[in-house]
Design a protein around this ligand. Structure first.
Ligand SMILES: *Cc1c(COP(=O)(O)O)cnc(C)c1O
Length: 423
């Protein structure tokens, strides 16, 4: 698909021909030893857009000058502030703007979604997850199973790679859903696995799950802002994701969720309610009767932290300006370039466990380190690479289309190779 050369000149040439190269200037790049770090950790914490401070300062100054009047009279009135994010966020996940809402944090939203969408019965009470699910997701799912009086030993089903393999095969997913689907209440997968970088086929999984009568939800923490998503057309029931990874909105920033519109007006879905989910025109009438907004906003509980939403707004503007399909184009190329540069390394030193098929992955490559271990990682860190180490032996590398250059990828590979050979 791509033709690459293994030289620094070629990397510089790719950067010169990159129509998105200018976006790097819109970000603060961390410094190591007085130089730009080789920052390949956008899958963990995205970098700060330079405009973020402006967006937050606007709200700080409106708060200083207006106090409570800011709810209605700030430049960007706070009362409907979450609505300013919906259109751009909906584009990121392929949804209607009425289907997404920015609120709470990821694990909290996952619980709220399971309150509504995990409704176990005597016959159908299981939840299907990946064996390598993010720990928080596993804790959330397990505790929901217990909360309903069931036993995770019996009700938590895990999809695992086959012995000796790292990735989950589609035929194994298919077989599992076909054979056990009638007992599965909820299928809840990370759409892009945080550990291996494997991207699952949302459409196929959702379709099959629905055929078997299961509810299907996805954790898109590693998908949103990274891979194309089509949550509405794929008829996903719900999804959750955070905004501090590929969406560059700051540590612990507010998360988001998706509820398919087919569930917006169903009255028999249980939901934990709060005043921010109530009909906007009568919310301040402080009525006794809850009157849900007929959209994903019904799941909101509280008035949201405006300073954090301001950071998300700043970041989404950058995405809007760059265009997600352009970003994905570049992202595929950046990652393929890294794969190309690493291909001459022996499998005894390092093994890329992320799928080779471009459609089955996002930006990240997960490198299984067979020699050198954590010491190797610490050395490349001291050389100015910021990446992510996962016990027992995986380095996760995620070049990010908005601010990484091809030369970053090239330099990283050079540093890694020089250390591997001496390790
Ligand atoms: C990052 C991540 C989390 C983190 O959860 P928070 O509630 O934001 O702390 C959870 N699940 C997945 C899959 C993640 O990638």
């Amino acid at each position: 698909m791509f033709e690459f050369k293994n030289t620094a000149d070629f990397a510089y040439e790719l950067d010169r021909n990159d129509s998105l190269a200018k976006f790097r200037d819109q970000f603060h790049i961390p410094q190591v030893n007085g130089k730009d770090a080789i920052y390949l950790c956008g899958n963990s914490l995205g970098l700060q857009p330079k405009s973020t401070a402006e967006y937050i300062n606007q709200e700080l100054s409106d708060w200083a000058n207006l106090g409570v009047e800011g709810h209605l009279h700030a430049k960007n009135p706070w009362m409907p502030y979450h609505e300013y994010l919906s259109v751009s966020m909906a584009k990121i996940v392929g949804a209607k703007s009425s289907e997404v809402v920015v609120m709470n944090t990821l694990s909290a939203n996952l619980h709220l979604m399971m309150v509504s969408f995990y409704r176990p019965s005597a016959k159908r009470n299981k939840i299907l997850i990946e064996s390598d699910a993010f720990p928080s997701d596993r804790y959330a799912v397990e505790s929901q199973i217990r909360f309903h009086g069931f036993d995770p030993e019996e009700c938590l089903l895990e999809l695992s790679p086959r012995k000796g393999e790292h990735l989950i095969r589609w035929e194994d997913i298919e077989e599992r859903i076909n054979s056990e689907g009638e007992q599965i209440a909820l299928i809840m997968l990370g759409n892009t696995n945080y550990y291996t970088g494997q991207r699952f086929d949302i459409q196929k999984i959702t379709r099959l799950g629905h055929q078997m009568g299961c509810v299907v939800g996805f954790d898109c923490a590693h998908g949103a802002g990274n891979v194309p998503l089509d949550l509405h057309d794929n008829e996903v029931d719900f999804a959750v994701w955070c905004t501090y990874k590929y969406l560059n909105s700051g540590p612990g920033s507010v998360a988001a969720l998706f509820v398919h519109e087919k569930h917006h007006t169903t009255t028999d879905i249980p939901r934990f309610n709060g005043w921010w989910g109530h009909n906007k025109s009568t919310r301040f009438g402080m009525r006794d009767q809850f009157d849900p907004i007929p959209s994903a906003e019904a799941w909101q509980l509280s008035n949201p932290p405006i300073l954090s939403l301001a950071a998300i707004l700043a970041s989404l503007k950058v995405f809007d300006e760059a265009g997600f399909s352009n970003l994905r184009e570049k992202s595929m190329k950046l990652t393929a370039f890294m794969e190309f540069l690493l291909q001459d390394l022996s499998n005894d030193l390092i093994e890329i466990i992320t799928p080779k098929v471009i459609d089955e992955r996002g930006a990240q490559l997960s490198l299984l380190v067979k020699k050198g271990g954590k010491a190797l990682f610490d050395t490349i860190t001291s050389e100015g690479v910021i990446a992510d180490w996962r016990e027992p032996n995986v380095i996760r590398i995620a070049p990010t289309a908005l601010y990484n250059r091809f030369i970053d990828v090239y330099k990283f590979c050079e540093i890694l190779k020089s250390q591997l050979v001496t390790a």
